[in-house]
Write a protein that binds this ligand. Structure first.
Ligand code: SF4
Ligand code: SF4
Length: 157
């Protein structure tokens, strides 16, 4: 059996993600980057709109972008920190991501933004902070072209 790209590198690529449409991105949608078949499904139960489904417990989750409202309720329940919400408004992009480090950044703070490999790819401004299920759910404003790349943040302090 040949290894998939993410099994070789440890990170998935944008090519392996089902891309939302422009309309979906304007409204905001969850991007699920869960590729391993493990027995896990809290994301399915967390969605109040039935947008996430799974054929069986150890299948990978599927998202219906037409049903997703971008509410972010699924972000903090994922033990794999594999769910993000992305949105575009004009030239700005917004990425909502799970954050389990301390201290939790503050609204208005400028932070470094990191890609899936943990490399700094720019700066962003924190626009929303909440804590759910003991996990920070952080929204960061970035250039709209970075929404499918930014997957973590690093405070500068
Ligand atoms: S962002 Fe909200 S509507 Fe979309 S999949 Fe997650 S819980 Fe469901
Ligand atoms: S909760 Fe996270 S790790 Fe578990 S199936 Fe859903 S996306 Fe995958």
């Amino acid at each position: 059996m040949s290894l998939k790209d993410y099994e070789r590198t440890g990170t998935i690529t944008v090519d392996e993600i089902k891309m939302p449409s422009e309309e979906h991105l304007k409204r905001g949608v969850a991007i699920i980057e869960c590729v391993q078949e493990i027995p896990c499904n809290p994301c399915v139960d967390a969605c109040p709109f039935g947008a996430i489904s799974m054929e069986k417990l150890n299948a990978t989750p599927k998202i219906d972008y037409d049903k997703c409202k971008g509410c972010g309720k699924c972000v903090s329940v994922c033990p794999g920190l594999a769910i993000f919400v992305v949105r575009i408004r004009g030239e700005n992009g917004f990425v909502t991501l799970p954050y389990e480090m301390l201290p939790i950044p503050e609204k208005g703070e400028v932070v470094d933004v990191l890609n899936r490999e943990g490399k700094v790819i720019g700066e962003g401004e924190i626009t929303n902070v909440r804590v759910e299920n003991r996990t920070g759910v952080i929204t960061v404003r970035v250039d709209k072209n970075l929404i499918m790349e930014v997957r973590n943040i690093c405070p500068k302090r």
